[in-house]
Write a protein that binds this ligand. Structure first.
Ligand code: SAM
Length: 252
């Protein structure tokens, strides 16, 4: 059969190998929240177990159902979806916990990467645990791990800071980070990356080594390494596009 598929070179047949039936090997537990990481760009970066869970739970909670539908359609998964995002998480948590207590199994996904990592999810996980419900978190994609490893800075100890506060508390957070001796990992948007580099250089010194990974797993993936000052100069002349992770070497 495999040989036949290769001879025909028919992509749709090859893709059929990966139909959801193939993943249906899991015993999904009732009253359980599965936290499922999804790709950060390359749609093939998802584990078989994640696909099994998404196929077999009764409900998938999505940050944006339209974004997640593309992923689910790609893998022929037709599990019902429901919105769970930063604007409704406070008011929906209680009813989701109730549904879980009634026996429903759910998966939580975000638009990309691991839910609850600079994404909605923390409130629901905490509420489930407080209610004595089971939470199973699957391992999988997240942007900061490849960026950290790729930076070449020490990985034995690091601090993940997510997004810096935009206004209130930004200065004090930067001053604290200036004294940090562990490798520092930050998420940043293309609109703010140059400003963040300028401010980091001000408090940490222009010569502090850093690394920026952008568009990880995507067609225009790149990692640029240099001092904070050099990276600032680079992204001033090369207008920043895409999604960014900034990794800064800790203070010596
Ligand atoms: N939950 C996600 C995770 O596990 O990485 C993070 C979601 S957060 C809303 C989005 C930020 O993650 C982006 O602004 C960027 O800093 C980072 N990010 C996500 N995808 C990325 C990618 N493909 N390349 C570089 N950074 C990425």
């Amino acid at each position: 059969m495999r040989e036949f598929i290769c001879k025909r070179n028919d992509l749709s047949l090859i893709l059929n190998i990966y139909k959801p039936t193939k993943y249906k090997s899991l015993q999904i537990e009732p009253s359980t929240l599965y936290v499922v990481p999804t790709p950060i760009g390359n749609l093939t970066d998802i584990t078989h177990r994640s696909l099994s869970v998404l196929s077999e739970v009764e409900l998938v909670l999505c940050e944006d159902t339209r974004v997640s539908r593309k992923l689910l359609n790609h893998y022929d998964i037709d599990t019902p979806t429901k919105s769970y995002h930063m604007h409704n998480e406070h008011r929906t948590v209680d009813s989701l916990v109730e549904q879980l207590q009634q026996g429903i199994s759910m998966a939580l996904i975000s638009d990309a990467g691991t839910p609850a990592i600079s994404d909605p999810g923390f409130l629901l996980v905490r509420a489930c645990l407080q209610a004595g419900l089971r939470v199973i978190t699957l391992p999988g994609p997240t942007a900061f791990i490849p960026a950290l490893v790729q930076s070449g800075f020490p990985t034995d100890r690091f601090v993940f800071e997510g997004f810096l506060p935009h206004k209130k508390g930004r200065k004090s957070r930067l001053s604290q980070l200036a004294e940090e001796t562990k490798t520092i990992v930050l998420y940043e948007s293309p609109h703010r990356i140059v400003k963040t580099l300028v401010q980091c250089a001000e408090v940490m010194g222009p010569d502090r080594p850093a690394s920026i990974s952008r568009e990880l797993t995507k067609a225009f993936e790149e990692t640029v390494r240099g001092t904070l000052e050099e990276l600032e100069a680079h992204f001033t002349t090369h207008p920043p596009k895409g999604e960014f992770v900034l990794v800064i070497q800790g203070k010596n």
